[in-house]
Design a protein around this ligand. Structure first.
Ligand code: 13P
Length: 288
């Protein structure tokens, strides 16, 4: 059964480790992540962007697939199914469809509007026992070929949102989605420490987990980060392994064209990436 992310993140914050959110795109992705979490006795959060939800034929299909897999694969570790960077409307749809966790990304709204919309969702989520992530200070990333540097959140605004009763808070600390550019100055630990001090026990979320050096990840966890989002790194691992399979001509040998064979190396590569991250984040064995 899917669970809210509240308990797993409260435990992570107290135990000074982080739970990984790995974004899913299809059946192979979901299966690879769930099997790895089970094998390593780690709690896990499956992230679904609105685009990926659409690609998988809607949030109801995603809920059906994930629930089916929990049963079919005999998954007993804690799994939360979470909307990633949701719009207000998207969050409502996911709550309705059976997600156990949602993110409302109101970081691009003026703070008063972010507060208002987040407040309404806090109430709805509380009624259903669903965890809610909010965001202050937008996360950078590539748009039209230009990589925008991540913003640094205002700690006072973080406190305003934290006080509404959200489950976890994503605060921009110079992090970026996708690959980090050569001239990236690194995470702003000064901002993270200031936000952490303002929000107390509230679990903090680090987006843009791909390509952040291990020492920065560990420092971020020590300063209150309890959830780390990873997406691009699984995509790159899948792409490299699939390319190698085809370049080696394996799709042309025997029944190498069978999708179950063709997609297998990429799926294994996702498992390897998820394992590495769970080890780095310290969540291995926390669900036994
Ligand atoms: P990356 O794609 O950089 O790993 O970021 C993932 C993320 O933050 C999803 O919200």
């Amino acid at each position: 059964m899917l669970v809210s992310a509240k308990e797993m993140l409260t435990k992570a914050k107290a135990g000074k480790y982080a739970v990984g959110q790995f974004n899913i795109n299809n059946l192979e992705w979901t299966k690879a992540i769930l099997q790895t979490a089970q094998e390593l006795a780690s709690p896990v959060i499956l992230g679904v962007s609105e685009g990926a939800g659409k690609y998988m034929c809607g949030f109801k299909t995603v809920v059906g697939m994930v629930n089916g897999m929990l049963d079919g694969l005999g998954i007993t570790v804690d799994v939360a199914l979470h909307l990633d960077h949701g719009t207000y409307e998207g969050a409502l749809k996911c709550i309705e469809a059976g997600f156990s966790s949602v993110m409302f990304d109101g970081s691009h709204y003026p703070i008063a509007e972010n507060v208002e919309k987040t407040k309404t969702l806090v109430k709805l989520c509380a009624e259903k026992g669903i965890s809610l992530e909010a965001e202050v200070g937008s996360i950078g990333g590539e748009e039209d070929g230009v990589v925008g540097m991540g913003e640094c959140a205002d700690p006072e605004e973080c406190k305003m949102i934290a006080d509404l009763g959200v489950t976890m808070l994503a605060a921009g600390i110079g992090n970026i989605h996708g690959k980090y550019p050569e001239n990236w100055p690194g995470l702003s630990f000064e901002t993270l420490a200031a936000v952490s001090e303002k929000v107390g026990d509230l679990p903090l979320v680090l987006h843009g987990g791909t390509g952040i050096p291990a020492d920065m990840i560990k420092k971020a966890i020590s300063l209150g980060v309890s959830k780390i989002n990873v997406n691009t790194e699984c995509q790159l691992a899948f792409q490299a392994a699939t390319r190698a399979y085809i370049e080696a001509g394996k799709d042309l040998q025997g029944k190498g064209y069978d999708p179950r064979k063709l997609l297998a190396p990429g799926t294994e590569a996702i498992k390897e990436t998820v394992k590495e991250k769970m080890e780095l984040f310290g969540s291995v064995g926390k669900n036994s």
